[in-house]
Design a protein around this ligand. Structure first.
Ligand SMILES: CC(C)(COP(=O)(O)OP(=O)(O)OC[C@H]1O[C@@H](n2cnc3c(N)ncnc32)[C@H](O)[C@@H]1OP(=O)(O)O)[C@@H](O)C(=O)NCCC(=O)NCCS
Length: 175
């Protein structure tokens, strides 16, 4: 298999010591390895199944990997919709637990927003699970609004959004 090149990205003055770059295919296994520990929620042991290798092959130019001397520091997997060119979508974001609340996910999101705006997007969507309260609070702090057809675990959610029993909270934000 041919290994893809992983272009470096501009450093961020607010995050000294962190290196930003595009993902390469070899990052797939590294990201899958951290998901259970970083999410650390009941029922998320298999969450990596929602992030197959194809994201690292075909969505690398709109996704970001962050590293420091301890390894993987964070990642964002996002893309511009193929069928709705004015819409961007953030599929996964994660920050290593010891680096949380320092604004790294905000930086990853804002860099993605800027790139998507520049490519003509006017809206960004994301979904999360009804039990992932931390993610819901993060998305609200980032200016997203939740939609839903019912209430699950006290939050607006779409019942069976991704199949039977796979309820989701859908977030949207204007760019
Ligand atoms: C959600 C997550 C990515 C946030 O990363 P982070 O780097 O700690 O977030 P930031 O420091 O950039 O926070 C940005 C804003 O969100 C808020 N926020 C982040 N996590 C929050 C939480 N758990 N509860 C309440 N607010 C939160 C911050 O207070 C901050 O608000 P402000 O800028 O208005 O002060 C991180 O907690 C994580 O990796 N969680 C596990 C994976 C996950 O659930 N991913 C999302 C679903 S794909």
């Amino acid at each position: 298999m041919t290994e893809s090149v992983a272009p470096s990205l501009e450093p961020d003055p607010a995050h000294a010591g962190l290196r930003f770059r595009r993902p390469a295919v070899h990052d797939h296994a590294r990201v899958l390895a951290v998901i259970p520990g970083w999410w650390n929620l009941p029922g998320t042991a298999d969450l990596g199944r929602l992030l197959p290798r194809l994201f690292f092959q075909h969505f690398a130019d709109t996704s970001t990997i962050v590293e420091d001397e301890d390894g993987l520091a964070g990642f964002l997997i996002g893309f511009r919709s193929a069928s709705q060119p004015g819409v961007a979508y953030i599929h996964f974001v994660g920050v290593r637990p010891d680096l949380r609340t320092s604004g790294l996910a905000r930086t990853l999101y804002e860099r993605f927003f800027d790139a998507m705006r520049a490519s003509g997007c006017r809206r960004v969507d994301a979904i999360t699970g009804p039990r992932n309260v931390g993610s819901q609070r993060f998305h609200r702090a980032m200016g997203f609004e939740a939609t839903g057809d019912t209430e699950i675990e006290g939050v607006p959610s779409w019942r069976d959004y991704d199949g039977p029993g796979e309820h989701r909270v859908a977030f949207t934000r204007r760019l």
